[in-house]
Design a protein around this ligand. Structure first.
Ligand code: B4P
Length: 193
């Protein structure tokens, strides 16, 4: 099983590149942002609790997202690999994911970390906010709060996986095609290693 984490700040291209990666490699895509938005759309208790955090640009509590990922792993016993998008976002989530994967006799193979400047992140998210209808893309204040949450709580996740030699950094600025090619090259290099 080949399991990938696509890592990076909000707006770095995780969702965009994930779509292409799953089309090419056939992994099961697990995106916590998408799962949370579908809970909100269904007006479930979990969705309603998550919405109050997401609308302020804050991370949803660890126990909520860990439970959601645990259920998603159980619901996909035949997957030939997972692409984690937007998860883990804290060191506690990373430790929990490692434990869940050990129970399934597998592990994270590679962490692909997209690097994008703060100005470009803000530009992209404000631009997406013009059409996405996403309440967390609406204004620069909320977008900046998300980037601060990333710096405060999420950046440490790359350090966690670096200890195990699993992180490859990818320049996340340029055309979507060029970035996709760099991601694929990193995956192929890891597969043959
Ligand atoms: P996510 O849904 O993960 O949203 P994101 O980080 O904003 O999106 P992403 O990084 O995938 O966007 P993309 O670059 O593709 O999270 C939303 C919220 O959910 C979080 O703030 C948090 O509250 C909550 N949440 C989710 N997971 C959680 C967890 N594990 N723990 C706690 N809370 C959690 O797209 C951005 C824009 O850039 C698009 O418009 C795209 O077209 C554009 N773009 C992409 N690549 C480009 C390129 N190369 N050049 C120009 N534009 C590009």
């Amino acid at each position: 099983m080949f399991n990938i984490i696509l890592f990076g700040p909000p707006g770095s291209g995780k969702g965009t590149q994930s779509e292409r990666l799953i089309a090419k490699y056939g992994m099961k895509h697990l995106a916590t942002g998408d799962l949370l938005r579908s809970e909100i759309a269904g007006q479930t208790p979990l969705g309603m609790a998550a919405k109050s955090f997401m609308d302020k640009g804050q991370l949803v509590p660890d126990e909520v997202v860990i439970e959601m990922i645990s259920a998603a792993l159980d619901n996909n016993p035949k997957a030939n690999g997972f692409l984690f998008d937007g998860f883990p976002r804290t060191t506690a989530q990373a430790e929990a994911l490692d434990k869940l994967l050990i129970q399934k006799n597998t592990e994270i193979s590679l962490v692909l970390a997209l690097q994008v400047s703060k100005d470009e992140l803000i530009r992209r998210l404000l631009n997406r906010g013009l059409t996405s209808g996403r309440t967390d893309d609406i204004n620069e204040e909320i977008i900046s709060a998300r980037i601060e949450e990333y710096e405060r709580k999420t950046a440490a996740v790359a350090e966690y996986y670096k200890k195990f030699g699993k992180v490859t950094y990818i320049k996340g600025e340029g055309t979507i095609d060029t970035i996709f090619e760099a991601l694929c090259n990193a995956i192929e290099a890891k597969k043959v290693a």
